[in-house]
Design a protein around this ligand. Sequence first.
Ligand SMILES: C[S@@+](CC[C@H](N)C(=O)[O-])C[C@H]1O[C@@H](n2cnc3c(N)ncnc32)[C@H](O)[C@@H]1O
Length: 283
Amino acid sequence: MSKPTHLEPSELGTKEYWDNLYAAEISNHAHNPADTGTVWFDDSDAEAKLIDFLAEQQEQQLLSEETTSFLDLGTGNGSLLFGLRDAGWRGRMLGVDYSRQSVEFARRIAESRSRSQDHNSNSNSNSYPDADADATESQPAREPPVEFLEHDILRTPASALLAGARQPHGWDVVLDKGTFDAISLSPETDPATGRRASESYRARVAPLVRDNGGLFLVTSCNWTEEELRSWFEGARKDGEEEEEEAKGWRFDLVGRVEYPSFSFGGVKGQTISSLCFRKVRDT
Ligand SMILES: C[S@@+](CC[C@H](N)C(=O)[O-])C[C@H]1O[C@@H](n2cnc3c(N)ncnc32)[C@H](O)[C@@H]1O
């Protein structure tokens, strides 16, 4: 399958755009803590559908609610990870973004969630003033924190998200909701090869996904399912640079999320697409 033609660059492909957006969202949140900013593809109910899709993988025992680790690339306000926590997933979660303001914003939301949990557990314990032991038992277990980190997927080495105490064998599920879209709109090209930023994305993502079984779940409004397949499915693409130790892998398509479709001029389409790939090692 050949790669689709490139998108016309736009401001959504620049870091400045995202820095300004999240700076404005931080200020809105400071005035109104209930305002947690933009949820991308909300009109397609993407977040809920992705969470349902992951729950199905758990029902088939492909993932574990207790231990599955999640890495969210281009996390924005971290909403997808918070949604997964609310749905009961308790494994390690890290959201990364190249915008410092995004990371600051997501951390602030995490702090207000933690404060409201403290508040709820205090008010629960106040309702059992004479029975401390019962009060402790009746409180839900505290939710593990969601971590956030500044990280440029195209420039910071993948090892920063793998080495040491991070996730040495890769993340069980790597999420991308709208980030490949943004990267596909970047005006930047490699000065040596003339290649667009989107062309190096796949090779940057792959080392982050756990070998043999890790999932990459990507959601896009700019690319159709067929185009996403041609970007991500299979083994090494033409001109793709791979780190030596990351060679010999491929992405197999293992699932898709169903969205309402429309018909226009005899052509059927969807407003957004989410595809799930499993990383497999060629042995
Ligand atoms: C359309 S927004 C999606 C935000 C979030 N995933 C959501 O669904 O609400 C795209 C995000 O990708 C981030 N981003 C773009 N290029 C990036 C890069 N090279 N490295 C890390 N993050 C990037 C932007 O800062 C922005 O937060």
